[in-house]
Structures are given as C-alpha cells and as structure tokens.
Design a protein around this ligand. Sequence first.
Ligand code: CTP
Ligand code: CA
Length: 227
Amino acid sequence: RAAPQEARPLEGRRVLVTSGPTHEPIDPVRYLANRSSGRQGHAIAEAAARAGAVVTLVSGPVTLPDPAGVAVVRVETAREMLTAVEAALPADIAIFAAAVADWRPESEATTKKIKKDGSGPAPLALAENPDILATIAHRSEGRPGLVVGFAAETDSVIDHARAKIARKGCDLIVANDVSAEGAVMGGADNTVHLIGRDGAVESWPKAAKDEVARRLVARFGEMVAGS
Ligand code: CTP
Ligand code: CA
C-alpha cells in the first residue's frame, strides 16, 4: 500500500519569504545588526516547499543550511534585500520574517578600517532603511494576494502588532514576544499571536519553530484557497 500523501495545500503557488537579520556595514570589519537566527523564516520556507509551493527565500547572513527544495538568494543589507525581493516577485504569498536593521550608517562604508586616533569614538550618523514589507504591501500593481508581516516585541505585543498591521498595509501579522524571558531569538520554540486586519487575535500555544511553521503554512493555504 502506498504511503499516505503529504497534504500539499500550496501546490503550484509562488511563495516569497524573507529571513534572518541584515548587516549594515560601518567599515570593512564592522557592521550594525540585530539578534535573529533566521530559524523561523527558514522553517516557513521549508514548510511551504513541502506543501507544494515554488519558494524563493531571500536571506540575510545566517549560519543555517539552505532549506530543501527552496531557491535561496543571499543578501547582506536591507537595501539589497529590497532589491532581491522585488526581483523575486510576482508571488501569491509573501512572508516577511526577516529582522531587518531599521537603520544603517549614513555614510557609505569606506574600504579603509576606521582607526582609533585617541580623540574618542567618532559619532555614528544613521539613516533609515527602506521598509521592505510596507513597500511591497502598498504596491498598487503586482501586490501578492497575501502579505504577512512579523512583529518582534518586548512589551504590549498585541497593541504594537495592531498598530503595525495598519501602518504596514499587510493582511496578517504574526507577533512574537522576544522579551528575555521568552528566549525566542535564537531559540528553538516560539509563541505566536496572529493578528488580522480587523484586529482579531488568535494566540497559539508555544511550539517548536518547525511546528509553528507547518501550522502557519497550513493557515496561509486556507487564506488563499479559492483565489
Ligand atoms: N520590516 C521590513 N523592512 C524594514 C523593517 C521591518 O520589511 N526595514 C518588516 C519585518 O520583516 C516584519 C515587519 O516589517 O515583517 C515588522 O518589523 P518590526 O521591526 O517589528 O517593525 P518596525 O516597523 O521596524 O517597528 P519597530 O522595530 O520600531 O518595532
Ligand atoms: Ca524594526
């Protein structure tokens, strides 16, 4: 008897996922970044591929292996991530799980290492990076049918996520509590809350990031079914 077929609710769908941190160079040896392992985003890309989707994963610098069955585009900075995301469209579903650096050093990194000269540290002027999720969600043409954002919060998780969904123009926010007690960043487990456009909240029990990924992918499949 044949083994039971895995459910493939995303058969033939095009899915784009961003994952990992971005690195914003200060000089050839230093950068600005944030704590993100890429585990949740990579797990979502892999789960989407297993569900039958054609998946492009745009990933910042991570130490994870490439997920099976996924086309991976590696980038370093937020601006490179935006360019790679635009090149990967169109997509039916776009999931923005990357922890993009909000700011980058204002002056282009020189090829020379900045040296201590005894007069104290040079001030580091910052410029704001493009908001990749908002840019894609607010597109009038070629907007993916389902745009999902993530929100990493340390406090007032639901309130912040509700404000974010309105500001970003996405269809769904997956919020997670990254306060120290949660140990989410870099950890194997995640506790997520799904916030819809109408503000409705669905809180899921803590689970392994792989399991959260499978459940999220099943949900995204339901949301695009029939479209
Ligand atoms: N995001 C993005 N590009 C950015 C910043 C964020 O695509 N430059 C995306 C993230 O991938 C995530 C969502 O926006 O899906 C929310 O990111 P978050 O950092 O929580 O939101 P911000 O608007 O940057 O707000 P803040 O960091 O001040 O909480
Ligand atoms: Ca941010």
